[in-house]
Design a protein around this ligand. Structure first.
Ligand code: HCR
Length: 429
């Protein structure tokens, strides 16, 4: 295993991050810590476990008892669905936060998506086109960087859409703290779920082997009233195991606030094995290693549009793979200069960049009302209200009464506009 921590490039990188200004893209990092993959590809992790994702849509009042046979006290399809959502969600965490650090690999700095960058693909499920799950990702803003995504399977009637805006800061001990603004909203067969995005930090930076640890709590609020509170901890906090969590299912937010006895508690490692208990017997809940990851099919670069991520970053990615710092900087500057020229042209012509499949929704200005039967953004307002969470532009999952909520005056979100995709002529999945 190569030790990069003693190299001069790493020590000067550490010096530069100790006076960090908040903009991660501003760093010149040594080639060994650069990833040839754009951050816009990370949206695919929500769909990697297709079987678990599609299973959520299959649960109904006739079949629900077949889903978690080991858990005797599950009596309703709504509870079963909540368990299935957690099982899928835990598997997505494994992809989002540990898939790049398996074996001796470590976390690297992904490419910073440009405005309008697209990443699309599909998961082919039973081989028939009708059963494909589609992924659409768009970089909807560059300052601040916001990445929006939509994943849907028409045949199974399940979709998830959301967006992420990351905010980073280095601590004095050189931990990189990441806060996410945004959310994901899952919808299937008349049920909807608001999923908040966890806070995280990167450990191991000093020794040049960064890895992610999740922290604090996140929530999954269901339109049926139930809510999961998921508490995260790293190695040595609740237990000696890394990626530990405890998730508590409450019948509603009031029960959670009163710290009533949860309906179920699931605990263990989100990247591995977890168990479930209703307060009596404890049984296996999930073992992520047993599930089959499903690869996303992405068109070859030769068939991609120039806004598609792998095509746009191809020269830079090759330079990174060669570890050629001069070439990395040349190819990256070329792309960045082209972007700057585009912005100048747009400004001069008063023709701002048009987003492709997502639109900004202003919850306050447009007076979006809570409505569980309305559109996705009526649902966002309703689910946030049920969970007692803010819809303002602050860190995901913050409470209504929080200081951040009181201080912020905006509630702008990114919504997927299905019709725009249906009218799309240039981009094919
Ligand atoms: C922190 C991170 C960039 C952001 C990545 C996010 C938060 C993006 C949204 C996804 O849905 C979830 C997600 C998963 C990733 O684990 C997380 C990345 C891990 C590393 C990367 C840093 C910017 C890498 C910095 C490396 C330093 C040492 C320069």
């Amino acid at each position: 295993m190569t030790d990069y921590s003693e190299t001069t490039s790493w020590t000067s990188f550490l010096k530069s991050v100790s006076s960090f200004s908040g903009d991660l893209s501003a760093f010149t990092a040594p080639p060994f810590i650069l990833s040839p993959v754009s951050l816009s590809e990370f949206s695919q992790y929500w769909g990697t476990y297709q079987d678990l994702f599609l299973a959520i849509a299959q649960i109904n009042k006739h079949n629900h008892e077949a889903f978690f046979p080991q858990i005797r006290s599950v009596k309703s399809p709504n509870v079963t669905r909540m368990l299935a959502v957690l099982q899928w969600y835990l598997a997505t965490l494994k992809c989002q936060y540990t898939s790049r650090t398996q074996g001796d690999r470590f976390e690297k700095k992904p490419l910073n998506p440009f405005l309008g960058e697209l990443f699309v693909g599909k998961w082919e499920n039973d081989g028939s086109k009708k059963d494909d799950t589609i992924l659409l990702t768009e970089q909807v803003s560059h300052h601040p960087p916001v990445n929006a995504f939509s994943i849907f399977n028409e045949d199974h009637n399940i979709r998830i859409q959301g967006y992420t805006q990351i905010k980073s800061s280095f601590s004095k001990t050189l931990k990189l703290n990441i806060r996410q603004n945004g959310h994901a909203i899952l919808e299937t067969n008349g049920h909807s779920f608001l999923i908040t995005l966890p806070a995280l930090h990167l450990e191991g930076i000093i020794v040049a082997r960064p890895y992610v640890e999740l922290e604090d709590s996140s929530y999954i609020q269901s339109s049926d009233g139930m809510i999961w509170k998921i508490d995260y901890s790293g190695k040595g906090y609740f237990s000696g195991q890394k990626n530990s969590f405890s998730a508590y299912l409450y019948k509603n937010t009031a029960a959670m606030e009163k710290r009533d006895k949860p309906l179920f508690t699931v605990s263990g490692q989100w990247s591995g094995v977890s168990t479930i208990t209703d307060g009596n017997k404890e049984v296996l809940f999930s073992d992520v290693s047993k599930y089959k990851p499903h690869s996303l099919r992405v068109k070859p670069i030769s068939e991609q549009h120039c806004l598609e991520s792998r095509k746009a970053w191809d020269d830079v990615a090759r330079a990174i793979e060669l570890g050629d710092m001069k070439l990395i900087s040349q190819t990256k500057s070329k792309l960045e200069n082209e972007q700057r020229q585009l912005r100048k042209k747009e400004e001069a012509g008063n023709t701002p960049w048009q987003n492709r499949w997502f639109e900004k929704i202003d919850i306050i200005e447009e007076q979006i009302q809570p409505d569980l039967n309305g559109n996705t953004y009526n649902k966002l307002v309703a689910l946030s209200k049920m969970a007692g969470l803010s819809t303002k532009n602050i860190q995901s999952g913050q409470k209504l009464g929080s200081r951040e909520h009181r201080k912020c005056n905006t509630a702008l979100h990114w919504a997927f506009i299905q019709d725009k995709w249906l009218q799309e002529e240039d981009i094919k999945v």
